[in-house]
Design a protein around this ligand. Sequence first.
Ligand code: ADP
Ligand code: VHF
Length: 358
Amino acid sequence: MSVTYRRIVIKIGSNVITQSDGLPDIARIEHLVTQVAEIKKQGIEVILVSSGAVASGRSLIKISEKSDAVAVRQLLASIGQVKLINIYAELFNKFGILCSQVLVTKEDFRDRLHYLNMRNCLTILLQHNVIPVINENDVVSVTELMFTDNDELAGLIAAMLNADALIVLTNVNGIYNGDPKLPGSSVITEIKGGELNFASFVSSGKSQFGRGGMITKSNIALKTAQLGIAVHIANGTTGNILSNVLTNKAEHTRFVPVKVASGKKKWIAHSENAAKGIVKVNEGAKAALTSNKASSLLPVGITTVLTDFKKGDIIKILDENDKVVGIGIAEYGSDKARERVGQKNQKALIHYDYLYLQ
Ligand SMILES: Nc1ncnc2c1ncn2[C@@H]1O[C@H](COP(=O)(O)OP(=O)(O)O)[C@@H](O)[C@H]1O
Ligand SMILES: N[C@@H](CCC(=O)OP(=O)(O)O)C(=O)O
């Protein structure tokens, strides 16, 4: 195997490890665990993000059709996660590898304190040669505050841990330029930058047990690649897929990593939902921010301060058409920002080092 990665996040979709009758596909999980053990033997750190709790719970219990959908998700995830993690633990044990269960909610990433706490937790697991098996905690997550799906969570983890690559295993060979089931469609093998409008050829449909679908996967992959992390979307139902992706022998979609962003920028990139403030900028400011030159956001280009915020808060920058241009950390509060709107020679509201552009 010829790999140059030192740290990889591998996301395994529900469909990859669930049989059509809903039972966990133990043979497939075993095959994936065997490959992960092989990768780890080469000194590469691996973090798993595994879906499958709800699907695995479904195989264990009969539920009345009248039950509330959210409560059913909680029930299935609660019993299914036990089964899932036991399968992983038993299989990794055969290779003398310890794995651990890390269940998270979006709230665990809501501010820098929580973010760093989570990073410390994963770092100590890696330092002790443990393979973290991460999943969203569907049991206690509040529906409105959940990740779109585990692809979003995996992108966040890859950015947080400065991974070299994120491998997303799903049940198709990658992103197709049309419906994967139609004969004329083929896999797009390489995607660079934001050149494609995914919604024009990726349908919003999901596979049998999936949550987010391929559009979320594509958008997360793009965002992650923009942070300097290579993303591979590949078919986890095919043999030796991990080894074949790493040696570029398997047909799949690779998002070329664009640039290496600082740790702080990576956190900001995933903090849009935590944004407290919103400011609007004019076309000139937008052009300066999105040019190739590193530019900070200066008051001269700000037209309106739409909401209140304090120094250190995450704020969103909108263009004249209300499209998000970027996110960053405010150098001062909204009161001062309002006083300085449109003025020249004023201190930047967001310094370039704390600015993430969309
Ligand atoms: N253009 C496309 N290329 C690839 N897959 C697509 C495309 N459009 C829709 N899909 C669907 O997206 C599904 C994968 O997404 P999802 O159901 O979220 O999987 P997972 O459970 O692995 O997260 C595929 O099974 C496929 O049917
Ligand atoms: N946390 C859920 C996974 C939801 C999810 O994102 O699923 P998928 O689209 O298959 O990655 C579970 O374990 O069932």
